[in-house]
Design a protein around this ligand. Sequence first.
Ligand code: DX5
Ligand code: ZN
Length: 218
Amino acid sequence: MIKLAPSILSADFAKLYEDIQQIEKGGAQLLHVDVMDGHFVPNITLGPPIVKSLNDRVQIPLDVHLMIENPDQYIEKFNVSKTEIITVHAEACVHLHRTVEKIKSLGIKAGVALNPATSLDGLDYILDDIDMVLIMTVNPGFGGQSFIPVMYKKINQLKQKIQEKNLSIDIQVDGGINLDNVGQAIDAGANIIVAGSAVFKAEDICEQTKKMLQTMNG
Ligand code: DX5
Ligand code: ZN
C-alpha cells in the first residue's frame, strides 16, 4: 500500500497540533517525526517529551526517524503507544543487527535508513530482519532541500533486491519530494512517501495533503 507520511519538521511548531490536524483531515496515513541530535546531523530538532505530547493527541501512527548517534540508548524513550515504526541510520549503528533486534523486541516495526552516498550492499545481511528501508534522497539534516536525482536508480535497485529475496519490505523515500517528482519516486519502487515542505509550507495544508495523495495514487 502507498502511504503519505508528512514530516513535522516543516510544520509551524508554534501551532504544531493545528498543522497536524490538517494533514489528518487530508488523509495522511503516518506522521513522520524527525529527531536530530546535532552530532549525526548538523541540526537539533525535538526529543521524547514532544513525542509523548504528540502521542496524546495525534490520531495517526508515528513514524520516528532517528538521525542520532547511539540510537540504542534512546529507542525505548521513543516507543510511545502510537509509535508504529522506528528507523535508525545504518551509518550511526556499530551493531546494526543488535539495534534492529532491540526495536523489534518492543513489538514495533524496524526501519534502516541510508544516506545518499551509502551503498545498498550493507543491507545484504539485515534485509531479512527489517520492515522498511528508508532511502534518504537528500543529505539528512534539514527540510526544504532538493531531491538528488541519482536516487531513483538506488530506489529501483533496492526494489529489485527485495523482489529477488521474495520479501515484503516497505521502501520509504525522504527528502525533496513534491508534487512534481512523487510519481517518479513511486515508479522507481517507493511506497512510503515522506514530504515536509511540500505539505506543511502550503497555503492550505489539508488541500495539499489531498493533492499529494491523489498524485501518488494517480
Ligand atoms: C531531512 C529529514 C526529512 C525532511 C524532509 O533530514 O529527514 O524528513 O524533513 O523535508 P522535505 O520534504 O522538505 O525535504
Ligand atoms: Zn525524515
